[in-house]
Design a protein around this ligand. Structure first.
Ligand code: SF4
Ligand code: SF4
Length: 320
C-alpha cells in the first residue's frame, strides 16, 4: 500500500493550515463508557482532565484568534469540573460563537449531572451525540448494555428543552459498526429521522457520518481479528483527491488536556503535535499557525475516503 504522503504528492498540493476558525478542546480522557470504537481509549479508569489553568489559556487564545466555533470533546467532557467555567467564559468572550458539546448522553442521565442540560440550553450550547445506529442492538454492540434506552430518554428530555427545534441544535453522529465505510449521509439522515421520529417522537437537526479511524481501540480490535491491512486498503482504494481541499485540519486546531496543540484529535492520540517552537496553547497565536504544513500519516486516509469524513460529518454531503 502506498503512503498517504505519496497520494497527496500525486493528486494534490501539500495540506497547509489556513485561518483557524475552530478550536476543538479535548477536556480529558475520563468517560463513563468504554466504547469499542473509541479512538482516544477513554474510560472510567482514565485520570487525564484539563485544568482551569489550561482552560484560561484556551480562552486567551480564543480571544486573540478568529475563532467562531468551539468544539468541546473528551472523554465525557461533562465529567470535567471546569466545564461550566469554560462555557461561562466562552459566552462572555464570544456571545455569538457556536459552542458544541460532544456528549454520549448517558452521562447526562446520572443524578450528578441532572441540571446540566438546562445550563447548556441557557447558554445556547449545541449538542452532538454519537448514536451508532437507530436500532438498539447495534448501539449496544458498540457502546454497551443499557446505552440505547438511556440515549432515547435523554434525547426526549433535550427535545422538551427545545433542542433540535426552537432551541440550540441537536446533532447525531453515525459511525460504522465495523470495518466498512459509512453509507451516504443524506440517506442515513432520512432513515434516522424517520425511525426515531415515528417510534419515539424525537427530532434532531443533522445526522453526521464519521468514518472509523484505524487508531486506538478500533485499531487494536482490527489487529486482533487480522483485519487491519484490509481496512487500510479499503480506505486507500477509496481515496478521493477532491477531499484534500476540504479536510478539517486546514481550519481546526485541537488542544489536549495539557494544552498541547495538534492538527486534529487523531493526531493528538497518535502524539503528532504541531511543530511550533513552544507547543502550548498559551504560548501561540493563530498567526504562528497560518501556512504551516499539517502533519499527515496513513490515518489521514480516514478523512479522504469516499464522501470524506470530519468531526462534522461527510465532507461533500453536508446535511444542511
Ligand atoms: S467513544 Fe465517546 S462515549 Fe465512548 S468511550 Fe470514547 S469518549 Fe467515551
Ligand atoms: S487525520 Fe487529521 S491531519 Fe489527517 S487529514 Fe484528517 S484531520 Fe487532517
Amino acid at each position: 500500500m502506498k503512503s498517504f504522503g505519496e497520494y497527496v504528492g500525486k493528486f494534490g498540493d501539500a495540506v497547509l493550515k489556513d485561518n483557524v476558525r475552530c478550536l476543538q478542546m479535548n477536556m480529558g480522557y475520563v468517560c463513563n463508557l468504554s466504547c469499542r470504537h473509541c479512538h482516544v481509549e477513554a474510560g472510567p479508569d482514565r485520570r487525564e482532565m484539563m485544568s482551569m489553568t489550561v482552560v484560561k489559556d484556551c480562552l486567551r487564545f480564543i480571544e486573540s484568534a478568529d475563532i467562531n466555533v468551539i468544539d468541546i470533546t473528551g472523554g465525557a467532557p461533562e465529567m470535567n469540573p471546569n466545564l461550566r467555567g469554560l462555557i461561562r467564559g466562552l459566552r462572555k468572550l464570544k456571545p455569538a460563537a457556536s459552542i458544541l458539546l460532544r456528549s454520549n448522553l448517558t452521562i447526562l442521565n446520572e443524578p450528578k449531572y441532572a441540571k446540566l442540560p438546562g445550563f447548556l440550553q441557557e447558554n445556547n450550547v449545541d449538542i452532538i451525540s454519537s448514536m451508532p445506529c437507530y436500532l438498539e442492538e447495534n448501539v449496544e454492540f458498540q457502546r454497551g448494555k443499557g446505552v440505547y434506552s438511556q440515549n432515547i430518554k435523554m434525547l426526549q428530555k433535550l427535545n422538551r428543552l427545545g433542542y433540535g427545534g426552537t432551541g440550540p441544535k441537536l446533532h447525531l453522529v453515525y459511525n460504522p459498526g465495523g470495518n466498512f465505510l459509512p453509507a451516504p449521509q443524506n440517506e442515513l439522515d432520512f432513515a434516522y429521522k424517520e425511525s426515531l421520529g415515528e417510534r419515539f417522537g424525537i427530532v434532531f437537526n443533522n445526522l453526521y457520518t464519521i468514518t472509523n479511524a484505524p487508531i486506538g481501540r478500533f485499531r487494536a480490535d482490527l489487529e486482533k481479528k487480522g483485519l487491519l491491512e484490509g481496512y487500510m486498503n479499503l480506505l486507500a482504494d477509496n481515496f478521493n483527491p477532491a477531499n484534500l481541499s476540504r479536510v478539517m485540519c486546514r481550519n481546526l486546531l485541537n488542544v489536549d488536556w495539557q494544552g498541547r496543540v495538534y492538527d486534529c484529535d487523531f493526531n493528538q492520540v497518535l502524539n503528532l503535535p504541531i511543530a511550533v517552537r513552544d507547543n502550548y496553547i498559551g504560548s501561540i497565536t493563530a498567526k504562528d499557525l497560518a501556512g504551516m504544513p499539517v502533519k499527515l500519516g496513513n490515518h489521514c486516509f480516514t478523512c479522504t475516503a469516499g464522501a470524506g469524513s470530519s468531526c462534522q460529518g461527510s465532507l461533500n454531503n453536508k446535511a444542511g
